[in-house]
Design a protein around this ligand. Structure first.
Ligand code: GLN
Length: 249
């Protein structure tokens, strides 16, 4: 079985080793006997409806965000349809911001967003930087933790009633005060956490692969367990680093 991935703007939104996230998805799919086919979709390229089981958007600085924002904003309907159709989405940092309604930078310039995430972002005075630990429960009754590194000036406010990706145990999260981090809209998640994110949080990689396989038409999706000893160790180290900075900043 094949999982079709669209990697959006890989040559613009690629800081913080975001490509590591794709590498993790590729390996974890292959180890289970699935093939991951990654298509680069960039400025002006077509995003064919229903053609992808998983969409990935990485992080970038304001400068790179400005270069791709109008193109991404114009894809709002296509991305919204992909999510409504059950495709998995992972959007990190700069990509996360731009899937919201807009991002306003320090210079006051407002970049349009795709409007598929119920949120907006305005750059603040301070940079929210450091290790970050979340408690998440994407599947009811299955709480888990997510460890990563955040580095953003953007202050993201979720709309009333929007579902965050997780609760901040240590770090800043969306805005440094609400205690929320990221967003979840059905099969789509957005987050500030990178590092890259998936090597130290393999459960999230598998959650995305499961959603993608369902979208690809798999009847029963039960991923074989993998030997995740190294990944678990990486998670423990990152989580401890986040905890050592104390509670919410
Ligand atoms: N515009 C972003 C910020 O808030 C960039 C985020 C990122 O991907 N580093 O700093």
């Amino acid at each position: 079985m094949r999982i079709r991935v669209a990697h959006l703007y890989p040559e613009y939104l690629n800081i913080y080793a975001d490509r590591g996230n794709i590498a993790v998805l590729e390996s974890r799919a292959r180890w289970r006997g699935f093939e991951l086919e990654v298509e680069r979709v960039s400025l002006g390229d077509e995003l064919r409806p229903g053609a992808h089981d998983l969409l990935y958007v990485g992080g970038g600085q304001d400068r790179e965000q400005a270069l791709i924002a109008p193109d991404l904003a114009a894809r709002g309907e296509a991305i919204g349809q992909a999510i409504a159709g059950g495709a998995a989405v992972l959007a990190v940092c700069g990509g996360y911001q731009l899937l919201g309604r807009f991002y306003r930078g320090r210079d006051g310039e407002e970049l349009p967003g795709a409007g598929v995430f119920p949120l907006e972002t305005v750059a603040g005075e301070r940079r929210m930087i450091g290790d970050c630990l979340l408690e998440c429960e994407l599947e009811p009754g299955a709480p888990t933790t997510l460890a990563g590194f955040e580095n953003h000036a953007g202050v993201t406010r979720l709309d009333q009633g929007a579902e965050p990706l997780g609760r901040v145990v240590a770090g800043y999260g969306n805005d440094g005060e609400s205690g929320f981090e990221g967003v979840r809209v059905g099969t789509a998640v957005g987050t500030y956490l990178h590092g890259p994110l998936l090597p130290r949080n393999p459960w999230l990689a598998d959650w995305l692969l499961e959603r993608a396989l369902e979208h690809a038409g798999a009847e029963v999706v039960e991923l074989a367990l993998l030997d995740d000893e190294l990944e678990r160790e990486a998670h423990v180290v990152a989580a401890a680093r986040a905890r050592s900075r104390g509670g919410r900043s």
